[in-house]
Write a protein that binds this ligand. Structure first.
Ligand SMILES: NC(=O)c1ccc[n+]([C@@H]2O[C@H](COP(=O)([O-])OP(=O)(O)OC[C@H]3O[C@@H](n4cnc5c(N)ncnc54)[C@H](OP(=O)(O)O)[C@@H]3O)[C@@H](O)[C@H]2O)c1
Length: 223
């Protein structure tokens, strides 16, 4: 992969507005989807993403104070170290059940702080790494505590669709980075970017790039 291609894509995404945006705390959703709108192939994201998309993901992680992710995504994708050879953002995992395999990669010592955002109904998992928990009745409440207790301003949410829907439902998403992968999945069982029955939302394109048949878009949600 050419780092030049990542530089060009990042430049297209940030020409109009830098990331993190200068005007205050922000939650940005970052996901990749197929041309027919699916965000996984057989339950995994690997065949959808590509080297330049991964480069953008790393730049977003490096710009974030916290990476926010849903429990099913962590179970499917593992979530070891977020960045290699760089200071890592905090990993914040949202889970009601707190049901994770003891050897789950994200529970091993990966060198970044770990916070579980949960509802307090279940016991925290055993882990050799330092673990913080936030118990709150709503995601908005949990994120307020995350900001106050852990000094978090910029949050990059990496999905999946259930978590994204919860964030949209509570009006918490400021920006959406979506990569269009040159793939047709042809599988109704794979999730889209958000589930649910929320109201229609219009977005404003604030960044754009195309490299190697992938299209990178950045939208302002305008909340
Ligand atoms: N293409 C992409 O960019 C991308 C990104 C991410 C994921 N994915 C794919 O998407 C799939 C997973 O997505 P998903 O929609 O099924 O799941 P998800 O959003 O990753 O996780 C859902 C789980 O998160 C917890 N959760 C979500 N909202 C919550 C809330 N408001 N309060 C408490 N807990 C909450 C619950 O955990 P508990 O079950 O522990 O209670 C829930 O079952 C995987 O196939 C993954 O590979 C693709």
């Amino acid at each position: 992969m050419s780092e030049d291609a990542v530089d060009r894509a990042w430049a297209g995404l940030t020409a109009q507005r830098p990331f993190p945006p200068p005007d205050g705390p922000c939650i940005a959703l970052n996901m990749v989807m197929s041309v027919d709108g699916r965000t996984a192939i057989d339950g995994r994201v690997g065949a959808l993403t590509g080297p330049i998309d991964q480069g953008i993901l790393r730049r977003l992680r490096a710009s974030a104070d916290a990476v926010l992710v849903g429990a099913s995504t962590v179970r499917a994708e593992g979530y070891g170290a977020l960045l290699r050879d760089a200071e890592q953002p905090l990993l914040a995992v949202v889970s009601r059940s707190l049901a994770f395999a003891p050897d789950a990669p994200f529970l091993q010592d990966t060198g970044s702080p770990l916070v579980l955002l949960t509802t307090g109904e279940h016991e925290l998992p055993d882990t050799p790494r330092e673990l913080h928990s936030i118990v709150a009745g709503t995601l908005a409440g949990a994120i307020d505590i995350l900001r106050a207790e852990h000094g978090v301003r910029t949050i990059v949410c990496e999905g999946g669709a259930s978590l994204a829907s919860s964030l949209f439902d509570q009006g918490l998403v400021d920006e959406v980075f979506v990569t269009l992968s040159p793939v047709l999945v042809h599988d109704d069982d794979q999730p889209t970017i958000a589930r649910g029955e929320g109201a229609v939302q219009s977005l404003t394109l604030i960044g754009h790039a195309a490299e190697a048949s992938f299209v990178f878009n950045r939208y302002d949600v305008g909340r």
